[in-house]
Design a protein around this ligand. Sequence first.
Ligand SMILES: [Zn+2]
Length: 60
Amino acid sequence: MKRFQCGNCGQIIEVPQGVPKPPNCPRCRAPATMIHRLNKGPPGGRRGRGGGPPWQRSSP
Ligand SMILES: [Zn+2]
């Protein structure tokens, strides 16, 4: 799922992968120039490589 947000009314628009950004906001009809892509997932994701937190790591 890709998420967009309308900069005019704040509407969150979700579209499946492979589907282009809607040409208008479904709620307020704002043009696509008002619709912005949202980052997927929380900021700073993709940190660490499995395992627990660093303070729980036991070094051999
Ligand atoms: Zn809108």
